[in-house]
Design a protein around this ligand. Structure first.
Ligand SMILES: [Ca+2]
Length: 564
């Protein structure tokens, strides 16, 4: 199976299908080499669209060491699969059910598909042997996923570990209505995309599972990345009883802020383009300046905020009139600094940028090297639309602007006036910024957030700022129910140069069911099928500090400590 470069209007399924992994550790190890290869492909695969699932996470990889023993699956159906086609539920306008034979890693199961009014398509998978838990996964980018396909890593991951699994297209079909254009046929679809579809699908799936097995659900879990992380946080904020445990990787907390930032980057790059070759130089200069700031020269920038990188000062300047690959013009340096710092208006910065280290050099499938920004922030070829801007343009034209303006020119955005006037309506619907998680906390909910410091699709400070706002709201007790794990050197939903493989799912299950809080999570870096580095991820604001002896590639040589 060779991943193709995303050009279709509904690309995330294809990428997600290829890269997401599941299953027992030995399977995961066999897939590691493949994952590494695919990771490189994703640079050209417009990663955000592919990011419904944490592509490089390993949900359930630690199943065997789980305190909750969640793979014990003893419950069996109490009625036929076919009979579920007659299930009556609120808002269900069509429903079908069929038994699906076991194949490869996916056990035999009953698949229920249908539509909740108006157009919220869902897929619910019920294993023949159930662990009495519910598992739901989300959608990348602007969603509209095709459901009920022959393979789905999310479905396989859930079913093979005994879970009932569900997902939704969030109320529109991106093959028919690409980008944000779904709002044109029915404004309700924007609400469904923003938050409603996940909720009504979760409710429906739980009722069907309870009916099928004639047993109550023990606990319910959400696991997703990017837009799927946003969906998970919105569930905790709006529908706190839907899920007991939520893993929100690289959550798109601030969809509107991202949009402004990506438009600002595109404007800067339009004014002063920076070639992929020059980004290699910038990446090297960033690493030269920032690696050791965290106290350990290990090729990773532990907390990029601690490094004061200035492209005008820290990268050789081109002599007047020159524009070679080994220097930056003043305008190009300004572009780099804008991307790093984020957009500003007269009142100062209002959105974090893409941090130093996100432009780090990664290796392509052919062995060539490229900056992580290429294809995401900076066009891979002159005239190409980078992924961030492409996504931002769709959000701006269709979802933020009311009424939609499919021809809107991003160059006309006023960074002083428009942020406070244009985005407010959509921000209230779609941004996952509500810090009040009281109801979620009171119902025993636990949430694990992760974010790559080198995220080149979503500005990672949106995750940090959100977590800090939750701490401001809930105080010291925050860590009793919500923890953020920042991932040095890790790009959007995985990839990058840092250790990027981890199983946050088992961690959240053990937290919910056994009250074992995740004091650290071990992340791995795999190259050519071999683990080459492990490192603890620490609950923010703690950082992993080298103990002074032992291999710097071994997690055991580090401990989680308060930042200096
Ligand atoms: Ca370092």
């Amino acid at each position: 199976m060779t991943p193709s470069i995303k050009t279709a209007i509904q690309p995330h399924d294809e990428c997600g299908k290829i890269v997401a992994t599941s299953g027992p550790p030995e399977l995961s190890r066999r897939q590691d080499a493949r994952k590494e290869f695919v990771m490189r492909q994703l640079a050209t695969c417009l990663i955000l669209w592919a990011a419904a699932v944490p592509a490089f996470a390993q949900p359930f990889a630690n199943a065997r060491t789980s305190l909750a023993n969640y793979t014990d699956a003893d419950s069996t159906p109490k009625k036929s699969c076919d009979s579920l086609a007659a299930f009556k539920g609120e808002g269900i306008v069509s429903i079908a059910a069929r038994s699906v034979a076991a194949e490869a890693d996916t056990p035999q199961h009953c698949r229920v598909t249908g539509v909740i009014t108006p157009e919220v398509a869902f897929e619910i998978n019920l294993p023949d042997r159930w662990n009495r838990r519910f598992y739901m996964t989300g959608n990348g980018g602007l969603a509209g996923d095709a459901l009920d396909g022959p393979t789905s890593p999310d479905r396989t991951a859930g079913l093979s570990n005994g879970f009932v699994h569900a997902r939704t297209n969030t109320g529109h079909d991106a093959r028919k209505e690409p980008s944000g254009s779904f709002i044109l046929s029915n404004p309700q679809k924007a609400i469904d995309y923003a938050y409603r579809a996940v909720h009504v699908t979760a409710e429906t799936a739980k009722k069907i599972a309870t009916d099928y097995y004639d047993q109550p659900i023990l606990s319910s879990y959400w696991n997703s990345c990017s837009n799927g992380g946003r969906q998970g946080l919105l569930e905790a904020q709006r529908y706190p009883d839907d899920f007991d445990g939520i893993v929100a990787n690289a959550p798109w907390v601030d969809q509107t802020g991202f949009t402004i930032g990506a438009m600002r980057n595109q404007k800067a790059l339009t004014d002063a383009p920076v070639s992929p070759e020059k980004l290699l130089l910038v990446a090297q200069k960033v690493m030269d300046k920032c690696d050791a700031v965290d106290g350990l020269k290990d090729g990773l920038i532990d907390d990029p905020r601690a490094c004061r990188f200035d492209a005008a000062r820290d990268v050789p300047a081109c002599s007047a009139g020159a524009d070679a690959a080994d220097c930056l013009t003043a305008a190009q340096a300004a572009t780099i600094n804008t991307i790093h710092s984020g957009p500003t208006g007269k009142r100062g910065p209002f959105m974090g940028g893409y941090l130093p280290g996100s432009e780090a050099v990664v290796t392509t499938p052919t062995g060539a090297t490229n900056s992580g920004w290429v294809g995401a922030i900076v066009p891979a070829q002159p005239g190409a639309k980078p992924a961030d801007f492409n996504l931002a343009e769709g959000v701006m034209r269709y979802l933020i602007l009311d009424p939609p303006q499919p021809e809107y020119d991003f160059m006309t955005f006023d960074y002083d006036r428009d942020p406070s006037t244009l985005i407010e309506r959509w921000s209230k619907l779609a941004d996952a910024k509500d810090a009040d998680l009281s109801r979620f906390r009171q119902s025993g909910g636990k949430v694990i957030m992760t974010y790559g410091w080198a995220d080149q699709i979503l500005q990672p400070m949106m995750g940090v700022k959100y977590y800090e706002s939750v701490v401001a709201k809930h105080g010291r007790g925050t860590a009793d129910f919500a923890r953020l794990f920042m991932m040095p050197g890790v790009a959007h939903c995985g990839g990058g140069i840092g250790p990027n493989l981890l199983d946050a799912m088992t961690a959240v299950i053990d937290w919910v069911e056994k009250n074992k809080a995740p004091d650290s999570l071990v992340a791995s870096k795999v190259t050519n099928g071999a683990v080459v580095r492990t490192r603890p991820l620490c609950p923010y604001p703690q950082v992993a500090r080298y103990k002074g002896q032992g291999s710097i590639d071994d997690a055991a040589s580090f401990s989680c400590v308060a930042p200096r």
